[in-house]
Write a protein that binds this ligand. Structure first.
Ligand code: ATP
Ligand code: MG
Length: 348
């Protein structure tokens, strides 16, 4: 039976890129599991990961709750999936430590994410440690070692399948490497080696700057559509999206990144092909095409915003979902953790 594990950082309300590139797959996986099956999904708010960069405590608390509310709004069902906050299950950090003691620094050094967060390219950690930026505190230990925590998140639940975007596949490879190494060190199948379910759909690009990815941390809110945006905001943002000065609508021309992006997001949202949609709007004016894109976005995501407002109005219900989720997750992880610690000589 399959065990699917995935997390999202509470670093802001997800946008349609996060949804199409990752979250929608969560709900699809969850809903594809028949009720009599022993397969399971574990979805969590990766709050510990978000602490690798500075967070303001009150805001952070709110973001964590907002992220939980969004997951519920898009259809993650706490009856069908185990839905929880990572920080509510201390086994994650416990396993992180035990695994960290078996992870060569050199392997973490090869990860590209900490370098891109610090806007470094080819530098290695040892060289970097001697720079001023390294001493400024921005390069904290957590930012360097978080792939180990991510590996622990996955292996703790005996995940068989990990749905991820391309930007995370290097970390899942590392997870597999550490897991194999620990298995062979202790000559025991402690860890299941998980497979990657790679989401190969094209990235959604920024509306105003279609040469860069749509991203939550973008300074310009006109570049993204959040799952909680109002109908009016969605229409305004799409009307204001970049186009080009080529007449009509075609797909795939590298000189038309803006139109390609609008086609990609519409196709992804409606499970159709961008070529088919382009054909339909072949002779349309850009404004006509855009207003149809807006209709589709409004129709697809405003139900999430409505549901989100309802969850937000019910914080005690959110609390109780989080508590129950954490209990379920703890129960699932406990036997594994006990056996794992015994292997290390940490048993009773
Ligand atoms: P940040 O700017 O904070 O990095 P982000 O928008 O890039 O935020 P992440 O939290 O890094 O979002 O990513 C969450 C998930 O969404 C990942 O699985 C990632 O692959 C996916 N994702 C992020 N941006 C896009 C995008 N523009 N198109 C498709 N998928 C995306
Ligand atoms: Mg990102």
């Amino acid at each position: 039976s399959a065990r699917i594990v995935s997390g999202i950082q509470p670093t802001g309300i997800p946008h349609i890129g996060n949804y199409l590139g990752s979250l929608r797959q969560w709900t699809e996986l969850q809903n594809s599991i028949p009720s009599n099956s022993s397969s399971q999904c574990f979805f969590f708010v990766a709050d510990l990961h978000a602490l690798t960069v500075p967070q303001v405590p009150q805001d952070f608390y709110q973001r964590r709750m907002d992220t939980l509310a969004i997951l519920l709004s898009i259809g993650i069902d706490p009856q069908r999936s185990t839905l929880f906050f990572q920080s509510d299950v201390p086994y994650h950090t416990e396993l992180n430590w035990l695994m960290g003691c078996h992870t060569p620094m050199g392997q973490l050094n090869r990860m590209t994410q900490w370098k891109s967060k610090l806007q470094l390219h080819e530098m290695d950690a040892v060289t970097f440690l001697n720079t001023n930026l390294a001493s400024s505190g921005k390069f904290n230990l957590g930012l360097f070692s978080y792939p180990v925590l991510q590996a622990a998140d996955i292996l703790l639940y005996g995940a068989t399948h990990i749905p991820v975007g391309k930007d995370q596949s290097q970390h899942i490879e590392l997870t597999r490497t550490i897991a194999r190494k620990i298995n062979s060190t202790f000559k025991k199948e402690l860890f299941i080696i998980p497979d990657i379910i790679l989401n190969s759909s094209s990235s959604i690009m920024a509306l105003k700057q279609p040469n860069k990815k749509m991203s939550k941390s973008d300074q310009n809110s006109k570049n993204y559509i959040l799952l909680t945006d109002s109908e009016q905001d969605i229409r305004k943002k799409i009307a204001g999206a970049a186009t080009d000065n080529i007449e009509g609508i075609t797909y795939g021309d590298p000189n038309r990144p803006a139109i390609n992006n609008l086609l990609n997001m519409t196709a992804a949202m409606t499970d159709s092909s961008p070529i088919t949609i382009a054909e339909k709007f072949k002779h349309a004016r850009h404004s006509e095409f855009k207003s149809s894109v807006a209709d589709i976005m409004v129709g697809s995501i405003t139900p999430f915003a409505r549901s989100y407002q309802q969850w937000k109005a019910n914080p005690s219900e959110l609390q109780s979902i989080a508590e129950n989720g954490a209990k379920k997750a703890m129960n699932q992880a406990f036997p594994f953790m006990k056996d794992f610690k015994n292997t290390f000589g940490l048993g009773p």
